[in-house]
Design a protein around this ligand. Structure first.
Ligand SMILES: N[C@@H](CCC(=O)N[C@@H](CS)C(=O)NCC(=O)O)C(=O)O
Length: 216
């Protein structure tokens, strides 16, 4: 049975978005059960955990065959053995890889730049000065992303795939803003992805321990 590491509890702004949700969602789409191995912040620096995840982050993953970290790589690993996440033909697989990296390398850096300002430095002078430029650069990419999606439902081959797990997760990291709502096709895309039963199960399973382990 695959094992995914996840936090017992995170602050509310991160709940529903911690990166183990990418892996949980991929496993759910692939129809694979898994165990969640819950860790606390105090476990992140232990030698045992660093052996699994050298940066002390979540998720780490093992499935009896491999041990991995990096959520994108783990999702890709799961996708390689599931038609539900990646088609069998070369052209189809190449498109999934392309959009998976587009989510991680082209869109996510802009989303992360805004999140670092809004969630961790909102009151800092440098953040106030920098934010308009960061938002403008992000919006340019979202314009382009929406144009690329066109009237398709999903990014690669117009079939739901591993790439949509990453892209949806990246766009969800703008939940603290109204930005995605300005891009109706992207807003509909995120809503469509979030309506998938596999996503709902993954989200519910990430959230469950947060209630149990909430600080008093
Ligand atoms: N690139 C890594 C990033 C993992 C990551 O940032 N995990 C966060 C939770 S979403 C974490 O563990 N943060 C705690 C920390 O960095 O100490 C991945 O995608 O797996």
């Amino acid at each position: 049975m695959p094992t995914v590491t996840a936090f017992k509890w995170v602050p509310p702004f991160a709940q529903g978005s911690v990166r183990d949700i990418r892996v949980r969602w991929a496993l759910e789409e692939a129809g694979l059960g898994y165990d969640a191995h819950l860790i606390g912040f105090e476990d992140q620096a232990t030698p045992e955990y660093r052996a699994l995840q050298p940066f002390g982050q979540v998720p780490a993953f093992s499935d009896g065959k491999v041990e991995m970290f990096e959520s994108g790589a783990i999702v890709l690993w799961i996708a390689q053995s599931s038609d539900a996440l990646m088609p069998a033909d070369d052209a189809g697989r190449a498109m999934v890889l392309t959009w998976l990296f587009a989510a991680s390398n082209t869109i996510e850096p802009h989303v992360a730049a805004l999140a670092i300002i809004d969630l961790f430095n909102a009151e800092a002078d440098w953040a106030r000065a920098r934010r308009p430029e960061v938002e403008a650069a992000l919006r340019k990419r979202l314009d382009e992303l929406q144009a690329a999606l066109g009237d398709r439902q999903w990014f690669a081959n117009d079939l739901f795939s591993a790439a949509d797990i990453l892209m949806t997760h990246v766009l969800r990291d703008l939940r603290h803003t109204d930005i995605v709502a300005d891009y109706p096709a992207l807003a509909a895309y995120v809503a469509r992805a979030e309506a998938r039963p596999a996503f709902k199960r993954a989200l519910a399973d990430q959230m469950k321990p947060f209630r149990v382990h909430a600080p008093a």
